[in-house]
Ligand binder design. Structure first.
Ligand SMILES: O=C(O)c1cc(C(=O)O)oc(=O)c1
Length: 312
């Protein structure tokens, strides 16, 4: 694996930072035509789009051009680019990537409670269709729910949705607040289940109940590389990676086939023990969506309904 240098503009990468995998393999699994990578990020480049002062990590750079090269290499048609916490509420790198995508990317931004209607209109024009609320303590300081409610009131008229990122152990506390959000709600990475627990046990059952009770809730069945404990890793040609995550993702895909999304999570912030080959991550998909019908819903129909409802 190549590293992308120790510095990124004027910034020094966090200690132990793992750079994205250079030269991913071409997937064996052929993505259906029009597939969307519905969760990925851009980082900087730091020299052009500085990282936020309040960030909890400093990544390696991962530019829009590098993301679009990956899209083409893997066989995706489009991207949904999600604002990474290292950029705080400065969405310039995201907007630049959307503008250079030629309409082939939509975005999810991070905004503050004082965001103006004009700023939201500009983000909409660039291709933003949602905001992200993050509750993972190692990534952000907690924002009070009343300010999040103010943001929801501002974005709802635009037809936007809310993306939420939280740890499974925090769902009981956040359940009622999440259930009160009236827009579509997209949960990152299946609410981060502890996959050493039983997929039929109470923790994951609470997440499934949350999806059953709230039909506006969608989820990304992404990030097996982050959730897996036993692997095997998506490296060295492994075609059946992260088997311990499969029962969880499969369960969700089969029960809620019209409310699931999938994304690479490139460039995979904060992984600690390995960096996956993104081609082999794509080869993971048929393990969790076993039929061509489920694959088409997951990769084409669902993300297009949410991000390109106008049908282009
Ligand atoms: O688990 C993570 O570290 C992580 C971080 C970010 C971010 O910093 O935005 O986004 C993700 O989807 C996952």
């Amino acid at each position: 694996m190549m590293t992308h240098g120790d510095t990124t503009g004027d910034f020094e990468k966090s200690e132990g930072w793992l750079d994205w995998y250079d030269g991913p393999s071409t997937p064996t699994f052929r993505l259906p035509e029009g597939s969307v990578d519905a969760h990925c990020h851009v980082f900087g480049p730091g020299g052009q789009f500085p990282y936020a002062p309040q960030r909890k990590y400093t990544p390696c750079d991962a530019s829009a051009d590098q993301l679009f090269a990956l899209r083409d290499q893997l066989g995706f048609d489009r991207n949904v680019i999600v604002q990474a916490t290292c950029h705080g509420s400065d969405n310039r790198a995201l907007v630049d990537a959307l503008q250079r995508s030629g309409g082939r990317a939509r975005g999810v931004a991070t905004v503050r409670r004082d965001v103006t209607d004009d700023q939201l209109a500009e983000l909409h024009e660039a291709g933003v269709r949602g905001v992200r609320f993050n509750f993972v303590k190692r990534l952000v300081d907690r924002v009070p729910t009343d300010s999040l409610e103010e943001i929801v009131a501002k974005i709802a008229p635009l037809g936007w949705h809310v993306v939420i990122y939280f740890e499974a152990e925090d769902l009981p506390e956040l359940y009622d607040f999440f259930s009160s959000i009236p827009t579509d709600l997209v949960v990152d990475h299946m609410g981060r289940p502890d996959v050493t627990k039983d997929p039929d046990g109470p923790e994951f059952e609470l997440f499934l109940r949350f999806m059953r009770e709230n039909t506006n809730v969608w989820t990304k069945v992404s990030c097996p590389e982050r959730l897996s404990v036993t692997g095997p890793r998506a490296l060295e040609g492994e075609q059946h990676a992260y088997r311990d995550v499969v029962p969880f993702a499969r369960r969700v895909v089969e029960e809620f086939p019209s409310r699931v999304l999938w994304g690479t999570d490139w460039p995979h912030p904060n992984l600690k023990d390995h960096m996956p080959d993104d081609g082999l991550l794509v080869d993971y998909i048929p393990q969790i969506a076993a039929t061509s019908e489920l694959q088409r819903q997951l990769l084409v129909d669902n993300p297009r309904r949410l991000y390109w409802p106008e049908g282009v």
